[in-house]
Write a protein that binds this ligand. Structure first.
Ligand code: HEC
Ligand code: HEC
Length: 361
């Protein structure tokens, strides 16, 4: 009995190691290829150009090369990486892991001229898309488009894009972005989330969410989940709806098997534990209160597209006798806590009604 338990623990330990870091076993191409088949196949690493290889290293140790201690600074004097995260802390296994917003077909998806983004009121091509994560997820600054680090990251993304198989479009590749979750009908509960955190996350991410820093590689082996070194509130992860999908699709890191959705925690647990992460502090830069201003290419005002769980400008939408408006003279329609924790359906319904009233279905 004892031996069996010991062996089981050993096995769990080994699996934990295989999945915990960005080591080669975590990128075992066979697993990912069988998941992505037949539309996509990871390209042969031997075919990687040296800029692409540098890009791969940059996304792994982003703070080391572009953070506060790197000597690199943006034109405004701030470091390019404002916290201490690396791209691969979220885009796992060097941006190849399904359901962790992989980079596998980003080159095709954001091919020039790019996709309109209502949050920043710009077209996102690959460099712009990378920069929205630099500024928001990494709480830093945009890399100049013609800088070497940007060219290297784009080269790596282009390299991954060569894995799209003949006869398939990028839309047919499974596991892009994060898996969809169903909205809770109640507010997410950070108190319950804290209990889940203690049980299922704390051993890796630590008591105070501070993670485990790797001094040699100047990166987190286990990322900080709140505090100054964690993701920015103005990022996708800063929105409960996105954080919950990412946690549901990938965490706990040593438990979730991409080939077997039954290994995921319940969606309610993912919402509540994500709510706990967001109940703690995150970097924020005031310049983002201007998000969702302007008008999209189809003539729709961008504020009508604001996701319900973007909490940092909780004043939007405002309420004109119960109808959503952007009139700055009117009071906020929903309290900040509802933008942070939900329920989100009333916010979505108010924005939808406002779109319909303005002739945008
Ligand atoms: C076995 C260790 C382990 C456990 C347990 C674990 N994580 Fe993680 N987590 C990681 C690692 C490692 C990464 C970074 C990705 C990588 O290196 O593959 C990560 C990344 C993350 C990220 C994205 C990075 C960021 O900065 O936002 C979130 C969010 C996260 N974990 C939340 C959780 C939550 C919530 C739990 C509990 C339900 C949990 N993790 C349990 C190891 C773990
Ligand atoms: C804290 C987590 C986090 C970190 C760190 C991060 N990102 Fe992201 N990234 C996201 C999330 C979440 C999305 C999904 C979009 C959203 O909802 O904002 C995303 C989306 C993207 C996309 C678009 C993917 C798609 O399929 O549409 C690209 C490209 C990207 N990130 C590149 C990067 C690069 C390059 C870095 C490092 C410079 C980086 N990200 C760092 C969380 C992160």
């Amino acid at each position: 009995m004892r031996t069996t338990l010991f062996q089981a623990l050993l096995l769990v330990g080994t699996l934990g190691l295989a999945h915990a870091g960005d080591d080669d076993s975590a990128t075992n191409p066979r697993d990912f290829n069988s998941y992505y088949a037949p539309a996509y196949r990871l390209p042969d690493p031997a075919a990687m150009s040296s800029p692409a290889a540098r890009g791969k290293e940059l996304i792994h140790s982003t703070y080391k090369y572009l953070g506060a201690e790197s000597g690199q600074r943006a034109a405004n004097g701030r470091p390019f990486v404002g916290n201490k995260l690396a791209c691969t802390n979220c885009h796992m296994s060097y941006g190849t892991q399904p359901n962790a917003s992989p980079f596998v077909v980003v080159a095709q998806k954001y091919a020039a001229p790019g996709i309109f983004n209502s949050r920043s009121n710009i077209l996102l091509d690959v460099p712009n898309r990378v920069n929205t994560c630099m500024e928001r997820s990494l709480a830093g600054e945009a890399l100049p488009r013609d800088s070497q680090p940007m060219k290297d990251i784009v080269a790596y993304i282009d390299f991954l894009g060569t894995g799209l198989q003949p006869g398939f479009t990028f839309k047919q590749v499974k596991g892009q972005e994060f898996p969809a979750v169903t909205l809770l009908t109640r507010a997410a509960n950070p108190v319950r989330g804290k209990e889940i955190y203690k049980e299922r996350c704390k051993d890796c991410h630590q008591d105070n969410g501070q993670g485990k820093w790797n001094d040699e590689q100047q990166r987190y082996d286990i990322p900080a989940l709140w505090g100054n070194n964690s993701f920015g509130l103005m990022s996708g992860m800063g929105r409960l709806a996105t954080a919950a999908t990412m946690v549901w699709g990938t965490m706990p890191r040593d438990q979730v098997n991409i080939m077997d959705p039954a290994t995921r925690m319940s969606q309610a647990d993912a919402w509540d534990v994500a709510a706990y992460l967001l109940s703690n502090s995150h970097p924020f830069n005031e310049r983002y209160v201007n998000d969702w201003t302007g008008v999209g290419p189809d003539g729709m005002p961008n504020w009508l597209r604001k996701p319900a769980s973007a909490s940092y400008d909780h004043t939007m939408p405002r309420s004109n006798l119960g109808a959503a408006t952007d009139d700055p003279g009117k009071p906020p329609m929903f309290p900040r806590a509802q933008h942070t924790f939900g329920p989100f359906q009333p916010i979505e319904a108010a924005l939808k009604a406002a779109r319909i009233a303005r002739g945008f279905p």
